[in-house]
Design a protein around this ligand. Sequence first.
Ligand SMILES: Nc1ncnc2c1ncn2[C@@H]1O[C@H](COP(=O)(O)OP(=O)(O)OP(=O)(O)O)[C@@H](O)[C@H]1O
Ligand code: SF4
Ligand SMILES: [Mg+2]
Length: 605
Amino acid sequence: MATLELSIGEEVAVTPVRRTRRLGPLFWAAIAWMTFVFVAAALANLLPLPSPTDMDMLERRASMSAQHWLGTDGLGRDELARLIYGARISLIVGLCAPMIGITIGGALGMLAGYFRGRFETLVVGSMDVLLAFPPLILALAVTAYLGQSILNLTCILGVLGIPAFMRVARAATLTLARREFVIAAQALGATHARLLPAWRCRHHRRRERIVFLRLGRTASDTELGQHDRRGTREPGDRAAARLPSRGHDVPDRTVLQPGRRRAAGAHRSASGRAVTEPALLSVEAVSVDLPTPRGNLRAVDQVDLRVGAGRTLGVVGESGCGKTMLSRAILQLLPKKARLSGRVMFDGQDLVGLDPERLRKLRGRSLAVVFQDPMTSLNPVLTIGTQLIETLQEHLELDGNAAKRRSVELLAAVGIPAPEQRLTQYPHKLSGGMRQRVAIAIALSCEPKLLIADEPTTALDVTIQAQILDLLAREQRRRHMAMILITHDLGVVAGRTDEVAVMYAGRVVERAPTPALFKKMRMPYTEALLAAIPKIDAAPHTPLPAISGRPPDPTRPIQGCSFSPRCRYAAGQCHREKPSLAAAESLDHQYACFHPIEVAAGATA
Ligand SMILES: Nc1ncnc2c1ncn2[C@@H]1O[C@H](COP(=O)(O)OP(=O)(O)OP(=O)(O)O)[C@@H](O)[C@H]1O
Ligand code: SF4
Ligand SMILES: [Mg+2]
């Protein structure tokens, strides 16, 4: 792959221009009037007013006077007193009834939208019943039973408002709960309580807050900082060198084990050799099926993979071939309706069917993920510092100051300039490259044993891509961490991975040590992927190469080899039978093809 040689961290902070909005005289007049009404209603008992119920038959329908500023009504009662005491009742009912609706309806809607399933059906069904009930009859029935009072009236109006607030909250939650930053938070081991309005209580020192149900701002909000790079060298490398000395802040178990530090470089020099050490991650016959209106969609089909400690596996394939579904199957973060079969052995335990609490503790601590789009993978309503500190506190149980110090070190290590100031900023103030660095810092914060980087550079421009890939490679080597680098670009895995698995239509169709694959690829699809990389030395106006045809519809599996409609080597058997993985020159190199390529591709890793 052609990449530009750039040093990491040519990003500088841009101070956002603050625009203060001027509020006009009408705004202040409205505020003054509202304040006057509230104060008058609240202090009605203290004001020199007659009782609003006192009648004076001699003064019926009297006009304005010094005694009755607004005159009297037909029963001789003071109009001003009735107005002020009446405002009291209106304000109590007008404020308390929506509060009941918001509190109960909002909570039910959020829980229904988040947990879905039977609970959602129950909540939505009950609200439909409540809506179908005529409000006037309900009000009459309740007052007839409990008697007339302001409290009863407020409760009736509040209950009648619950369905509307429930629907708004549920709709917002349904949208937001599918957003990448929520999945990213789950992948970091966030509890349900942390994702929903925080009734979390594990650490009393943590503030309660709504994490994602904050309407109005979206993850796609991008303002300043899109191009805030250029300037002084970042402190990344210097800070990276400093980082291991953080032991005073972090409990012992977070400091790298000597065993985990074993030279990653030694693996790289063993070009093309068998992976002999026990696998940290072993994916065995994993399939993922998703029910869709068009039928069953097999997103991942009988995938087998192994990644050893400190090794890097590249997973390559076209869009829609199941790379993300595979990573979500490893993390056990599949959509609720998905069906998973097979085994995912990680660090000696099968993650499939593992107790949710143990799984949550593993995520973020031992298993971490960096998502494709840095614009959506960070929570837009929490500061960078909060997101980092929460992860550190959740998994490492650091106190506030230690977590903050560690956050600064982490941000510096991934090349964020002025890390202390960045802690207080929201993601929309950072450029795409800087956000991805923050996402990497969060993922690395607990020294995971395995990092899954799902197309971490696809959403970034080409110069930043090279920086982020180099940063990942550097941190992976430094921490002797295993990594799965998911990409659609064979050029990205060349020279950056130990082994490559090529996926097509949900299956692994070729798997080999990286040097062996680039020396002699056997699968026509791998060859087509390599040919599809734009060449920097191509003549001007050369059409961009592409693999002809389209990937098969995953809901309509085709007979025979799934690549056969697009394969230039396809012959009779290819259309009838599905090839299974077979060993090539060595046991490590496997391919699924009846007519493998015999000529060396001529590419080098
Ligand atoms: N929530 C979902 N419900 C139904 N089908 C889905 C869902 N998510 C993904 N799919 C389907 O599963 C298949 C694999 O999707 P996946 O996201 O894993 O592809 P990918 O290889 O990661 O693609 P890309 O490179 O574009 O990210 C695709 O056919 C996709 O349409
Ligand atoms: S099995 Fe046949 S159709 Fe499939 S990749 Fe090999 S040659 Fe092409
Ligand atoms: Mg994907």
